[in-house]
Design a protein around this ligand. Structure first.
Ligand code: SAH
Ligand code: SF4
Length: 388
């Protein structure tokens, strides 16, 4: 299979044109065709000599892969399912609102982080998406021209796939790329400290950190990452970067009934976030099978929001969108995974989704691999997609 040119940064295109013996300015011309003019083949690149186009076409492809399935919810949210190059499926959700429309992108097939409440985590890790595959979820959509905001809040942990995520952000924001404003893009992370440091240094996009409990022991039970990168370290890193002039950050906080929605939690949250210019997004929990967790009732959510505000924090409850179609990360793809595996059982030789990795690669993290257990895929997923 030819490697895909779509998703390459200008620097990478520079290296490619040099290797193909083309003049350096051809890189910018190609970028303009790929991202500005949405060319789907080399033949359209009329300002490149025919010989150059033929040479490029021998080694490179330009592939945009439309969703294999799209489902529209009663509230207008459209959930798209994409087949990943190396097997498995990922989801993107397009969420229209009166004054803007947000696209939620995935970065990995499954996830290594094993959060107790997350359907994607239950799938285990099956692979990284390339920058081209991340951008394909935007570029191949019928709603593409209506997208005003992009959130990296779909499947997977963006900072565990940092190189591809940074490349995709560069293409989204560059004048030679899609020309979007970095202030309209938010990357959500569980808080992997070394790649977070690099992200904060290299990207001007917003960052949202999934917090979910201010208490170490409790957070550890919800999110095994706490064993490796304690929240305290994550917050210290954010404080450092803000002191160096970084932007405001958001914190994601799922509300679980009687677990993390008490006045004690609100007080502690206000204490640990003191001095960080931030917003706290309160997320309704969407129950998934196999966890003892239940959602906070609406009045408890509102009370928690009020407590945070009393403590001086900017806090808002997020609305859930597209629940009728499970506009929810991990849900459609898990369903598809289960279907594909069932088909594989009657179709010998099928080589679709691979078995999930068991653990985060310690060499990548440079830390002990405590707690990063992937889980077996679940047959009946329910998991969320929230927007503010
Ligand atoms: N891996 C990144 C981004 C993808 S998850 C992260 O964890 O931040 C995007 C958001 O969805 C995170 O805040 C995550 O905590 C939340 N989420 C996952 N499962 C959920 C569920 N069942 N109910 C509500 N929110 C959930
Ligand atoms: Fe991965 Fe985020 Fe789900 Fe945790 S919440 S398992 S980090 S996708």
């Amino acid at each position: 299979m030819k490697e895909n040119l779509f998703g390459k940064t200008l620097d990478q295109l520079g290296g490619i044109v040099e290797a193909e013996g083309l003049p350096a300015y051809a890189a910018r011309q190609i970028a303009d065709w790929l991202y500005g003019k949405a060319a789907t083949g080399f033949s359209a690149m009329s300002n490149l000599p025919r010989s150059a186009r033929e040479r490029l076409a021998r080694t490179w492809g330009i592939a945009l892969n439309p969703p294999v399935k799209s489902t529209e919810s009663a509230d207008g949210t459209v959930k798209h399912l994409f087949a990943a190059d190396r097997g498995g499926f990922v989801e993107a959700a397009w969420i229209p609102e009166p004054k803007r429309s947000t696209l939620c992108l995935s970065v990995q097939v499954g996830c290594k982080m094993g959060c107790l409440f997350c359907m994607t985590g239950k799938q285990g890790f099956q692979g990284h998406l390339t920058s081209g595959e991340i951008l394909n979820q935007f570029a191949s959509l019928p709603q593409r021209d209506k997208v005003t905001n992009i959130v990296y809040m779909g499947m997977g942990e963006p900072l565990d796939n940092l190189a591809n995520v940074l490349d995709s952000l560069e293409v989204l924001c560059a004048d030679w790329g899609f020309g979007l404003s970095p202030t309209r893009i938010t990357v959500s992370t569980i808080g992997l400290v070394p790649p977070m440091r690099e992200f904060l240094a290299r990207s001007r996009c917003h960052i949202a950190v999934s917090l979910h409990s201010p208490f170490e022991e409790e957070r550890r039970r919800l999110m095994p990452v706490e064993n490796v990168y304690p929240l305290e370290e994550v917050l210290a890193e954010l404080r450092g970067s803000m002191a160096r002039g970084q932007r405001r950050v958001s914190f994601e906080y799922i509300l679980f009934d009687k677990l993390n929605d008490t006045p004690r939690h609100a007080r502690e949250l206000a204490r640990i976030l003191n001095g960080i210019r931030c917003r706290v997004n309160l997320i309704p929990f969407h129950p998934i099978p196999g966890t003892p967790l239940t959602p906070s009732p609406r009045p408890a959510m509102e009370q928690f929001e009020a407590h945070l505000r009393e403590h001086g924090l900017l806090a808002t409850i997020r609305r859930s969108r597209g629940l009728d179609i499970a506009a929810a990360c991990g849900m459609l793809s898990t369903r598809e995974l289960v279907r594909a595996r069932a088909e594989a059982e009657v179709r010998p030789g099928w080589s679709g989704c691979r078995a999930p990795d068991a653990r985060l690669d310690a060499a990548e993290s440079g830390r002990p691999r405590t707690g990063f257990r992937a889980r077996a895929p679940f047959p009946f997923p329910f998991s969320p997609m929230q927007v503010s």
